[in-house]
Design a protein around this ligand. Structure first.
Ligand SMILES: NC(=O)c1ccc[n+]([C@@H]2O[C@H](COP(=O)([O-])OP(=O)(O)OC[C@H]3O[C@@H](n4cnc5c(N)ncnc54)[C@H](OP(=O)(O)O)[C@@H]3O)[C@@H](O)[C@H]2O)c1
Length: 263
């Protein structure tokens, strides 16, 4: 008898009824993940620093029938993230999924960037991941039902770039940090993985989508899929890593690049 349970196979990608906290929800990827989770029947708590944008998302999603709530907070501030987790639990009873989608970059060469500017990137992109993952993990351990931590890193975690000492270091740190976190949290059935994108459309990357630009043309040479990412391309992996289908995966860095590393 082949050992695949019918119920598992039929429901392994479902996050219906799960409670998800999404950071950077006001951004391109965080907004898309929140909406996609909501459309799949998850209860979505969205957090970011911009209250007005959060409220606009809440109205948009509620009008679509999505069960959601919002709380303002800075992911690098421990008290804010503890409050966000408490809010999710107070609103929906528990927390099952944390998906980290916030991020920041201010590219500058080492000779031009001050230590304070560099530290700001590290705090926004690395310290914050530790802070919010710790707050979520403590709650998940207390619940004793396992959980999923899905962290948006970057393809830039695997290679340097001019002017990116802060960003590359923070994303490289993120990849390694989640391996350690995965080891710490595996006994509690909490999976921790990263998604490592190249270029997805956002306010900041829109200019790279100009087919006439050298940046676009250079990227295409490395992309067998033949195009850059749209936010909808991101949500499948973000769902997979939040669902029971990925229960055996932890400490992994998963490529969302259109095949950037393939050629
Ligand atoms: N889009 C891409 O091509 C791409 C490629 C590789 C990796 N990534 C990574 O994917 C994640 C999301 O990117 P995105 O394209 O969705 O970015 P985005 O559209 O610029 O959104 C960024 C989000 O992060 C929050 N944020 C901005 N500055 C912050 C700071 N200093 N501290 C804390 N939060 C801050 C913003 O919300 P508030 O201002 O409301 O707090 C916003 O929700 C980031 O980690 C990014 O590095 C993106």
């Amino acid at each position: 008898m082949i050992k695949v349970e019918k119920n598992f196979a039929q429901g392994m990608f479902s996050i219906k009824g799960k409670v998800a906290l999404v950071t950077g929800a006001t951004g391109a990827l965080g907004g898309a993940v929140s909406k996609a989770y909501g459309y799949q029947g998850a209860k979505v708590v969205m957090t970011a620093r911009n209250t007005e944008k959060l409220k606009a998302l809440e109205s948009e999603f509620k009008a679509e029938g999505i069960d959601c709530a919002v709380i303002t907070g800075d992911p690098a501030v421990e008290a804010d993230m503890k409050k966000a987790v408490e809010f999710a639990v107070k609103t929906y009873g528990e927390l099952n999924i944390l998906t980290v989608c916030h991020g920041f970059n201010a590219p500058k060469g080492i000779l031009e960037q001050s230590v304070e500017e560099w530290q700001k990137i590290m705090d926004a992109d690395l310290k914050s991941v530790y802070v919010v993952c710790k707050a979520a993990a403590e709650q998940m351990v207390a619940q004793n039902k396992g959980g999923k931590l899905v962290v948006t890193s970057s393809a830039r975690s695997k290679m340097g770039m001019k002017g990116y000492t802060g960003y590359c270091a923070s994303k490289g740190g993120c990849d390694l940090m989640i391996q350690s976190m995965a080891s710490d949290l595996a006994p509690y059935h909490i999976n921790v993985n990263t998604i490592n994108p190249t270029v997805f459309r956002s306010d900041l990357t829109e200019w790279m989508f100009d087919p006439e630009s050298a940046v676009y043309q250079n990227f295409l040479k490395r992309l067998p899929i033949g195009r850059l990412g749209e936010v909808q391309d991101f949500v499948g992996l973000a769902t997979f890593l939040a669902s029971p289908a990925s229960d055996f995966l932890t400490g992994g860095n998963y490529d969302a690049t259109g095949g950037y590393w393939a050629c």
